[in-house]
Design a protein. Structure first.
Length: 393
């Protein structure tokens, strides 16, 4: 391995949301933070160098990317996902949730129904609600620890509620599913049949474990390309969330024009220089780093699986097919919501995401971010083991 993911890099006192907001958010100061989805690893050195180079110039006026930015983005999607994107499809956005908000405003009216599949990344529900749209939930089905979509419910709810927009989380945060092409076709065809536009959030597309394959929704059929907006970003992949750059692809010109108009209405200007520079360097030079990172995360996952099996069988791992977020099932402990929070936060001194924030179906679960050195994962599991043992005392 060229890269050392075991190294512990101090993040406290860097204004990190993950490390420095415990007091404001009412969490114990000594809780180990494994919640919000950023990583404790440095971005590849090529990205750091590119940012240093631009910083040395010292002038940070309005910035606009040129052909070479598109070429880097094209290179990434072509080589990693076999997707040949066209320049005119690309809209630079300052984040995926920003893009989702723009799509909701561009393609639906107040009180229109927008569908999601809970438990799912909680800002989906928030963004729908704060924009005064109706949230329709097509709950995921958990059968023996494996999640699938309920296709019958999906179509019925679309018809019953006159759903206008479906927000797909692919791969799915927090349950870790990498949807198969067959599953995408099931939902994609129903959306076409009922005139439902698909917003596919593919921010976790670069984290796929062995034996699984990510399929870009728009690649499945030309009709899907015409009926979807695809939200991507280098932010999860290369730990660049603070630089606020995402790449939104909209092939359908009518949909694209509406989206761009909505961005204008929101007063969106030229992109953040640092985001563009970092994304370009990451997409050109970051492939080997990412490959090694995925191997390292696989090691973390193997460690967790073994530990839980041997020492903490009361907590079940929902086997992730992608993402660096692990969905842990605590329901065998028979704790209510408050007791589970107390176990994790106060007894184990672990700061995870409580499953209930992801919506119905999340109760009794916790989401753990495993994008950190293995020694931290080990420490977290030892803390959990001690806390669970202490329950009987
Ligand atoms: C599924 C999903 N979408 C969007 C985001 C956030 O993206 P952004 O910071 O670009 O809004 C996250 C972050 O964890 C996520 O998991």
């Amino acid at each position: 391995m060229k890269y050392n993911f075991d190294e512990i890099i101090e993040r406290k006192s860097t204004n990190s949301v993950k490390y420095d907001l415990a007091e404001e958010l009412g969490k114990p100061a000594d809780a180990l933070p494994m919640w919000v989805a950023d990583m404790d690893f440095q971005t590849p050195s090529e990205v750091i160098d590119a940012l240093i180079n631009i910083s040395r110039h010292g002038i940070f006026g309005y910035y606009q990317s040129k052909e070479d930015y598109f070429e880097a983005v094209h290179h990434w999607f072509n080589t990693r996902h076999g997707w040949d994107v066209k320049k005119e499809w690309l809209i630079k956005t300052p984040g995926v949730i920003f893009a989702l908000a723009m799509a909701i405003k561009a393609y639906t009216n107040e009180n229109d129904a927008v569908m999601i599949q809970q438990p799912v990344y909680h800002p989906f529900a928030e963004t729908i609600k704060v924009n005064n749209r109706r949230l329709v939930n097509n709950p995921l089905v958990n059968k023996d620890g494996k999640y699938r979509m309920d296709i019958e419910d999906f179509e019925r709810k679309i018809i019953e509620n006159g759903v206008k927009l479906f927000v797909l989380c692919s791969p799915h945060n927090p349950v870790g599913r990498v949807w198969t092409e067959e599953e995408l076709i099931e939902v994609g065809d129903i959306c076409l049949k009922h005139g439902v536009i698909v917003v596919s959030d593919e921010i976790h597309a670069d984290f796929i474990y062995d034996g699984h394959k990510h399929t870009i929704f728009a690649k499945v059929k030309p009709e899907y390309l015409d009926n979807s907006i695809i939200c991507t970003a280098p932010s999860k992949t290369f730990n660049l969330a603070g630089l606020q750059i995402s790449n939104t692809f909209i092939a359908n010109k009518k949909l694209r024009d509406k989206f761009i108009l909505e961005m204008k209405r929101a007063g969106t200007g030229t992109p953040n220089t640092m985001g563009i520079v970092a994304c370009q360097a990451a997409y050109l030079y970051g492939a080997q780093w990412l490959d090694e990172l995925i191997k390292y995360l696989t090691g973390n996952l193997n460690f967790i699986r073994e530990f839980l099996k041997e020492r903490l069988p009361q907590i079940k791992l929902v086997e992730p097919q992608g993402t660096y977020l692990v969905w842990l099932d605590f329901r065998d402990l028979n704790l209510n919501g408050e007791e589970l929070e107390d176990l994790v936060l106060n007894r184990a001194k672990l700061w995870l995401n409580s499953g209930s924030i992801f919506g119905p179906g999340g109760e009794g679960f916790q989401r753990m971010n495993i994008a950190c050195p293995r020694s931290i994962v080990e420490e977290a599991l030892l803390r959990l083991e001690r806390a669970v043992k202490s329950l009987n005392n």
